[in-house]
Design a binder for this molecule. Structure first.
Ligand code: TXA
Ligand code: MG
Length: 326
């Protein structure tokens, strides 16, 4: 059963407690309801994709209490600081390079070297973020393919029984998602129109690019051709899918009971748990690349992962990693 919490002190405290113990809590922001997880907890982040039924690992927005907290995790140039001073808290999301020390789970950013950060407005959202004291990763709180929810009832219509709680703060004031601006590629680039009008942003920082971008906002579309997404992490070693075992020159990405004999093994989930596997996928690919290169291996053999639940998204990601390079 999904708990329905009021946005009073007791409700906020309960929501924070659930988040800190790895639970999923939907909460109202000024734009739409978000499906929140502790962004530093890879298991919880994986559970977000599971609850939404997403066939891909889209990167998620990380929500912070204030700009200071956000800019501890990403590199913020002057233009980001100006925009933050003017529009935060509010419906603006900034995509910026992750710092090496950033504790946010790799899966939250879908393995990208950038992170989307935002400081939402709205008392309940701020109170929750203050209480949690950590970034909260949150996509819109709808099942994949459905429209974004702007009331707690909408959230429950899609996710009742799939999440720990919904924190009801009434209808969302803005009602459309945040504007997503990419500041990682040099000049500002609009990835998604939203709650802050483009004209207001251009007033603040001058011309903003839009149209075709290497870092397109619609990740599911562009991720299909990994070469298009310049900063997306693709393993350097080629990935061979559906492998029963690793060849002598291959590293092994294992799922479930692994055959003996591989020189370099990363276990996604010994128990065959898809949520655990998803939470370890991006870290695993990076590790195998580094270790594999160190040992002079030439490829990654990936054991089969079933297609149910998060298995679809895991296979989708492995297929992209295994696709021929240009
Ligand atoms: O108003 C909103 O933004 C709501 C509330 C809950 O904050 N959230 C929301 O999240 O709409 P979601 O996951 O439905 O949309 C996030 C968008 C997607 O288009 C995603 O591809 C893009 O932000 N995005 C996230 N991280 C990114 C990154 N590192 N680089 C490029 N795009 C990114
Ligand atoms: Mg959405």
């Amino acid at each position: 059963m999904t708990e329905r919490l009021h946005d009073d002190d007791a409700g906020i405290a309960r929501a924070a407690e659930l988040l800190l113990s790895g639970g999923l809590v939907a909460f109202g922001t000024e734009t739409v309801y978000g499906l929140g997880a502790d962004a530093t907890n890879a298991r919880a982040v994986a559970a977000v994709f599971d609850a939404k039924g997403r066939p891909h690992f889209n990167p998620l927005i990380c929500h912070y209490l204030d700009a200071e907290a956000a800019f501890r995790h990403v590199d913020a140039p002057a233009v980001a600081r100006e925009l933050a001073a003017r529009f935060w808290p509010g419906p603006l999301t900034l995509v910026l390079p992750r710092r090496v020390t950033c504790p946010v789970a790799l899966l939250a950013g879908a393995g990208l070297d950038t992170l989307a950060v935002r400081v939402p407005a709205g008392e309940a959202a701020s109170a929750l973020l203050r209480r949690v004291g950590r970034p909260v990763a949150a996509p819109s709180a709808n099942r994949s393919g459905q429209v974004s929810p702007t009331t707690a009832e909408h959230v429950l219509a899609g996710l009742d029984g799939r999440i720990a709680a919904v924190l009801d703060s009434g209808p969302c004031a803005v009602g459309v998602e945040s504007t997503v601006l990419d500041l990682a590629a040099g000049r500002p680039f609009l990835l998604r129109p939203g709650g802050v009008p483009l004209a207001d942003l251009e007033d603040a920082v001058g011309p903003i690019g839009r149209g075709i971008t290497p870092l397109a906002a619609e990740a599911p579309r562009t991720l299909r051709s990994p070469g298009l997404l310049v900063s997306h992490y693709a393993p350097l070693l080629p990935v061979r899918l559906g492998a029963a075992a690793a060849g002598p020159d291959e590293a092994l990405l294992a799922f479930g009971a692994a055959p003996a004999g591989a020189r370099c093994v990363f276990q996604l989930s010994e128990a065959g748990d898809l949520v655990e596997a998803a939470s370890r996928l991006f870290a695993g690919l990076r590790w195998l690349d580094d270790e594999g290169a160190r040992l002079g291996l030439v490829g990654i053999a990936a054991m089969p992962v079933p297609l149910d639940g998060l298995g679809l998204a895991i296979n989708d990601r492995l297929q992209r990693a295994g696709a021929p390079r240009r």
